[in-house]
Each structure stands twice: as C-alpha cells, then as structure tokens.
Write a protein that binds this ligand. Structure first.
Ligand code: FAD
Length: 475
C-alpha cells in the first residue's frame, strides 16, 4: 500500500535534505529519498556536496595545506621539522571519516526532525486526487503519495565528448578525490573553481600540475583585478595555467594520458600526464526521474524549468539546487530548499540571488559577492572603489600570509555597497560581513563606522570601506 506524506523530497543533497528538515519543522509529514550509497551499499545522504564535493575537497585542501606549511613555511616561524613525509592513505582516510561524519549527521537530523528516509531511486508514476505517486526503487520497493514533491536531484560531472571518465586515468571530481598515489604529472582541463581547488591539492602534495583552460581570460567570472592577483599567486606556487587553448583528441593508455592542444598563440602543443582531471562543468541529474511520464518541462539547457519561486510547470511540483538554473553552489541549493518548504507551508520564502557569495578555496582564498568592476562598467553605473592590501594588515603579517586585498565597490551617490571582492587569507569567512551589509542594503560608510576587533583580518574590510572615501588609516 502507498505511504502518504504531505511532502516527498527526491534527493538528499544540501537542497533536498535542508528542504525536508525545514518542511518537517513547519509541521509537514515528510519523506526524503536518496540514491547515494557507500561502497558497501549503505545510505550516504548529503549528495555531491558531502560525498564528492564541498566537504571532501575542503578536507583534502586542509591536509595538503598543512603538508605545504610543514615543508615550506614552518622554518619562517623558527620551527624545524626534518623528514616531513606523506602518508596518503591516512590523509585520504581522514577525508573519508569527515565525509562519513556528515552522512551520519544527516541521518541523525532526519530522525530528530521526523523525516522518513528512503534509500533508493525516486521516480514519478502518476498524479491523482491524492497527489503525486512516487516509486522508490532500492533494496526494497516502496510507493509514496504526496501533495507536494520537491526535486533536488543535483548534477553530475560533464564528460569531454568521446572521453568517458574511467576514474583511473580520466578523472571526474570523484576520482580526483581518491587518487591512490601522488601522480608525478597531473593534467587538469578546466580552470574553474573545481579544477583550481583539486589542482591545488595535488600540487601541494607533490604533483607537477598543468591546467588547460579554453576561455581566453583566467577566472573570467571574478573581478579582473582579483583574477590577475590569483593567477600571479598560483603561478608562484608552481601551478602552470594556460588559457585560450583548444583541446584536441585526448589519448589515454594504462600508463599515461596525452592531451594535444593548440595554445593561445596558435602553436600545436602536447601535454603528457599520468592522470587527467576533467572539470568542464556539470549537467543536471534528470534521467530516470520519469519526467516525461508526467510532462515535466525542462529548459533549453536540460535543467528542470522553474520560475523565480522554484515552481515547475506542474502543480505542487518544485525543483531546487543544481538541477535548476543559477549558480551550482551548496548554499544556493539550501536557500532554495528552505524557501520552497516555507512556500509549501503558506509562508513567503525568498532567495536573494544578488547576495549569493562565491568562494574559491585556493591559497590565497578568493571570495566575492555582488557586482565586479567589469559588470559595473558595462552597466554604466557610477561607482567608487576602495581597496586595502593584506600586506598592511597586522594580523595578516602575524599569520605570515599577506597576499591579496579587499576591494569594496559602492554606488557613487548613495554609497550603497554594490560588490565586495577579496583575495587573501580566510576570504571565505570574511565575505560573510559583506553579504550581511549588502542584504541590509548598507553603505560603505556603515562598514567603515563599525568597530572591528584588532588585530583581525576583518579590519582589512573596514579599511577598504574607508578607502572608498579615500580615508584609510593604516595604508
Ligand atoms: P546534490 O548535492 O548533487 O545532491 C543530489 C542528490 O540527489 C544526490 O545524493 C543524488 O544521488 C540524489 N539523486 C539524484 N537522482 C535521484 C533520484 N532519481 N532518486 C533519488 N535520489 C537521487 N559548492 C559550494 O557551495 N561550496 C563548495 O566548496 C563546493 N565545492 C565543490 C567541490 C566539488 C569537487 C564539487 C564537484 C562541487 C562543489 N560544490 C561546492 C557544488 C555543490 O556540491 C553543489 O552545488 C551542491 O551539492 C548541489 O546540491 P543539490 O542538493 O542540488 O544536489
């Protein structure tokens, strides 16, 4: 017999599990279905983010940064360490433990909030007066009926045409997070967030890393001043990044991968590496959902078509996260999940797309929110800019990490903050202040007049805001 719920959520990544919890908090009976399994077949909720994305990549970035510090920077602090060596099994095992803690945490949260979890694949069967019927195919089969369905099935890595991932030589983000031995030479196709983060991990652990990017400009999505600073800093660390390349037919054998390409100057080149990470974007997970059975529309790029409220073309069917338009970010998925759950409960959930922060966890970290200078110029907006370098920040000097700066962009007349761009230590944490100010439509003067603790990196934000009015105190 079919099991009845108010809401069925398909997918337990950050979009889905957060939507399920919020709907349950608001008094709805909720089921959440997720297909992800551990190697031994156990449920592993948390989606891409927890299993092969945000969490494991940050665990590896942290471990590899410790290795880098021990090898190259402890000596500056007067700490001599001899014979630093790497136990890759332990490093990767720690990452797996962190992932499992997150999987278990989500199962605990489901129990705590009385969300019923189903391990398997969810697909639409039909619609009736009672609502939508969803089939769960897993070790056991179940049929669920619910008035509301939230699709949160996420995305998968895009392959290069004719070059399927084998996760041994040709790696997606999944294989790139569990390479069994540090490759001597590693190639990365795509200098986006994922390519830069994963390239950084293996470079720090000892690989020679070359990143090939088709776009002519490095990090075209970022403020170009930040992108230039990042390119300089990453090159100094030994990451080779080539932009404006055209990739030819990649050949892979058991021992090596050969990537022929035309460089930006038009010369034919060949990159021979032990392993190749392909990080050229992601595609929405829509196969097997039975979308055609119920007539659910997709947009021209294959994503589930939704309006600003995450409503699909079908009544009471919603979609959130990577499977719909917008930035592929865990926090964007979460915000949409909360907003949809609140709308289902008759509230007015809202996502402000203008204040979704972007972060790249390289060293130095890069983070921004709002408009960059290129965008403001294109829009013809009259703006003022203020920057402050970490070189002039006491805490950054004490940390021994002075690369980069904070830049605040504000409207020339009203002084409202339009964008904040950071490259430097803990940019991922510092950006939260800028998001808060922008959410309240605050001015650069507001940041400048807020008391910031000393000595902290956050003083660079205050000084950059002071610089908007040409009155920095420490530079
Ligand atoms: P997902 O997390 O992809 O979850 C979807 C879930 O649905 C999966 O568990 C999947 O198995 C399940 N599913 C799919 N189809 C079905 C079905 N029919 N039935 C049942 N279950 C199904 N974002 C950040 O914000 N910060 C970061 O630092 C960051 N780092 C990243 C690093 C890497 C290497 C990668 C690859 C991504 C990273 N991202 C990061 C992006 C982030 O992981 C995604 O934006 C986020 O996971 C999207 O959440 P989601 O809930 O939409 O989908």
């Amino acid at each position: 017999m079919a099991k009845q719920f108010d809401v069925v959520v398909i997918g337990a990544g950050p979009g889905g599990y957060i939507a399920a919890i919020r709907a349950a908090q608001l008094g709805k009976s909720v089921a959440c279905i997720d297909a992800w399994s551990t190697a031994d077949g156990k449920p592993a909720p948390g989606g891409t983010c927890t299993n092969v994305g945000c969490i494991p990549s940050k665990a590896l970035l942290q471990s590899s940064e410790h290795f880098e510090q021990a090898n190259h920077h402890f000596a500056e602090h007067g700490i001599e360490v001899k014979g630093v060596s790497l136990k890759l099994d332990t490093l990767v095992g720690r990452k797996d433990t962190v992932v499992k803690q997150n999987n278990d945490g989500i199962l605990y949260l489901f129990k705590k909030n009385k969300v019923t979890f189903f391990h398997g694949t969810g697909s639409f069967v039909s619609q009736s007066d009672g609502g939508w019927t969803i089939k769960v195919s897993g070790k056991a089969e179940d049929e669920l009926v619910a008035k509301h369905v939230i699709i949160a099935t996420g995305s998968s890595p895009r392959e290069l045409p004719g070059l399927p991932f084998d996760e041994t030589q040709i790696l997606s983000n999944d294989g790139a997070l569990r390479i069994p031995a540090v490759p001597k030479k590693l190639g990365v196709i795509g200098a986006g967030v994922i390519g830069l983060e994963l390239g950084s991990v293996w470079r720090r652990l000892g690989a020679e890393v070359t990143i090939l990017e088709a776009m002519p400009d490095f990090l075209a999505v970022a403020d170009q001043q930040v992108a230039k600073e990042a390119q300089k800093a990453l090159a100094k660390q030994g990451l080779v990044i080539q932009t404006g390349v055209k990739i030819g037919e990649v050949k892979s054998t058991a021992k090596s991968v050969t990537v022929p390409y035309t460089d930006a100057g038009g010369a034919e080149q060949k990159l021979v590496v032990d392993k190749l990470i392909v990080s050229i974007g992601r595609v929405p997970n829509v196969d097997g959902l039975g979308l055609d059975t119920v007539g659910l529309k997709r947009d021209e790029r294959g994503f589930i078509a939704v309006d600003d409220d995450c409503k699909t073309n079908l009544p009471n069917v919603w979609a959130v996260g990577d499977v719909v338009r917008g930035p592929m970010l865990a926090h964007k998925a979460e915000e949409e999940g909360v907003a949809v759950a609140e709308r289902i409960a008759g509230q007015h959930g809202h996502v402000n797309f203008a204040t979704i922060p972007s972060v790249i966890y390289t060293s130095p970290e890069i983070a921004w929110v709002g408009k960059n200078e290129q965008q403001l110029k294109t829009e013809g907006r009259d703006y003022k800019a203020g920057s402050f370098p970490f070189m002039a920040n006491g805490r950054a000097r004490a940390l021994g990490d002075t690369t980069g700066f904070v830049k605040v962009l504000a409207d020339a007349k009203s002084d409202e903050v339009l964008g904040v761009h950071i490259i430097g230590p803990m940019a991922s944490e510092l950006i939260a202040e800028a998001v808060t100010i922008m959410e309240f439509r605050g001015a650069a003067e507001d940041i400048a007049r807020i008391c910031h603790a000393h000595p902290t990196l956050s003083e660079a934000m205050k000084e950059a805001a002071l610089a908007v009015d040409k009155r920095t105190l420490n530079f």
